[in-house]
Design a protein around this ligand. Structure first.
Ligand code: NAP
Ligand code: F7E
Length: 356
């Protein structure tokens, strides 16, 4: 039985990866931060039995606290360590740049050092959650493992350090350390302040009669959006390779935020009619004329990433990985999951924060 340690296990990818590895009979440990309110709602939903039975074990720690990382890694001595923990919101990184650098950049270094200092350099395989945000102001399209980086946010710059320190420890100490350069991936467990989930939740509420306007930022931003469950399968494949390396995981398809809105509302039978331009653009229900979407410039980023489109050919050729779930199916599934959740919340008068 292999042992895996997942940092960021309470996040979207961490929860799906825990589920995936438990199904493969791994002994799974997670690093969690102490929070004043419950932060294991995703794990409770998809790994509830294993949490209750103690098969999935959680250890307190923080990426900005080297002592806690040394202790947990020494105690678990994992065969595989997946570093998924991060302050992962790009706009928020402009508000908390120093913290983001500490957690997302130096955090990766702390983990690599903890592996080494515990004498695990030849045992523990390391996966670093790198990102398409490294490409930022893209210098070529599509972006592959050979495309130069040009990050456009404190988040992207912090992740650049995480990327290179992973490469450096691989080369300096012969560690099995790999980067997954993942393009956006989404699903029902996505955090609510990322644009896809914000839209799917708004569409679900609209369908259930809650007609509040959805305020968005840049509708023209284009992303290569996949399904998170396909991407955690790719993370695992990267770590299973005989040699460590860096891989792009992407769908190779691009869609705009506006297209996401169109499809999400289409899933509830509402056609959006767009009018106006720039900050005056409005999306209305074509049938009733009600305003559904407006622009709020506070969601604009000081420096935007206009377009990301990945070239996943290396992952296909070397790992045999490809995404399975198609974009329209992903959008529809997210809206349906939000409708089910909203109905449950209403029917049982539940505390929203615990069940999102
Ligand atoms: P997420 O939902 O925001 O989850 C982030 C996780 O990191 C949470 O478990 C969070 O804990 C934890 N965390 C944050 N700061 C921490 C700290 N200082 N110490 C320990 N844990 C900390 O992110 P995600 O979408 O699952 O993404 C997983 C990883 O992949 C992240 O590193 C992200 O930057 C990267 N990535 C994501 C995408 C994507 O499209 N999703 C694409 C490329 C790369 P709390 O629950 O306590 O907040
Ligand atoms: O924004 C635009 C926004 O916040 C996508 C993270 O997982 O993927 C994610 O980063 C686009 C941007 O994701 C709103 O300006 C418009 O162009 O959903 P997002 P992201 O910034 O692409 C990468 C790969 C990561 O690594 C990150 O960790 O949508 N947009 N209006 C908006 N974005 C948000 N959040 N909210 C809006 O209202």
């Amino acid at each position: 039985m292999k042992t895996a340690l997942i940092t960021g296990i309470t996040g979207q990818d961490g929860a799906w990866l825990a589920r995936y590895l438990l199904d493969l009979q791994y002994e799974v440990h997670g690093l969690v931060r102490r929070a004043s309110s419950p932060n294991i709602h995703r794990l409770s939903r998809i790994c509830g039995d294993e949490l209750n039975s103690g098969q999935l074990r959680l250890n307190y720690g923080d990426l900005i606290d080297a002592g806690s990382l040394n202790r947990v890694i020494g105690h678990v001595a994992p065969d595989e360590l997946y570093n998924l923990a991060a302050q992962s919101h790009v706009l928020v990184s402009f508000e908390t740049p120093e913290y983001t650098a500490n957690a997302d950049g130096v955090g990766a270094l702390r983990l690599l050092e903890a592996i080494r200092q515990n004498g695990l350099a030849s045992k523990t395989r390391f996966y670093q959650a790198s990102t398409s945000e490294l490409y930022g102001k893209v210098v070529e399209t599509p972006q592959s493992e050979r495309t130069p980086f040009y990050p456009r946010s404190p988040y992207g710059v912090a992740k650049l350090y995480g990327y290179w320190i992973t490469v450096n420890y691989r080369e300096a100490y012969g560690m099995h350390a790999s980067n997954g350069i993942l393009f956006n991936h989404e699903g029902e467990l996505r955090g609510e302040i990322f644009v896809t989930r914000k839209i799917s939740k708004a569409a679900a509420r609209w369908a259930l009669g809650e007609r509040s306007i959805l305020f968005l930022g840049n509708l023209d931003a284009k992303r290569d959006w996949g399904d998170a469950r396909d991407y955690v399968r790719g993370m695992h494949l990267i770590v299973q390779q005989a040699e460590p390396d860096d891989y792009v995981l992407a769908t190779g398809e691009v869609h705009s935020v506006r297209e996401f809105v169109d499809l999400a509302f289409d899933a509830i039978g509402v056609k959006i009619e767009w009018s106006g331009s720039a900050t005056n653009e409005i999306g209305r229900d074509a049938l009733s004329g009600e305003i559904v979407v407006k622009i709020d410039p506070s969601f604009f980023r000081p420096t935007e990433v206009d377009l990301l489109l990945g070239d996943p050919r290396k992952a296909l050729n070397r790992l045999g990985w490809r995404h399975e779930r198609q974009f329209p199916e992903l959008v529809k599934d997210m809206v349906m999951a939000d409708m089910a959740r909203q109905k449950l919340i209403k029917a049982n008068n539940l505390n929203l924060e615990i069940f999102i």
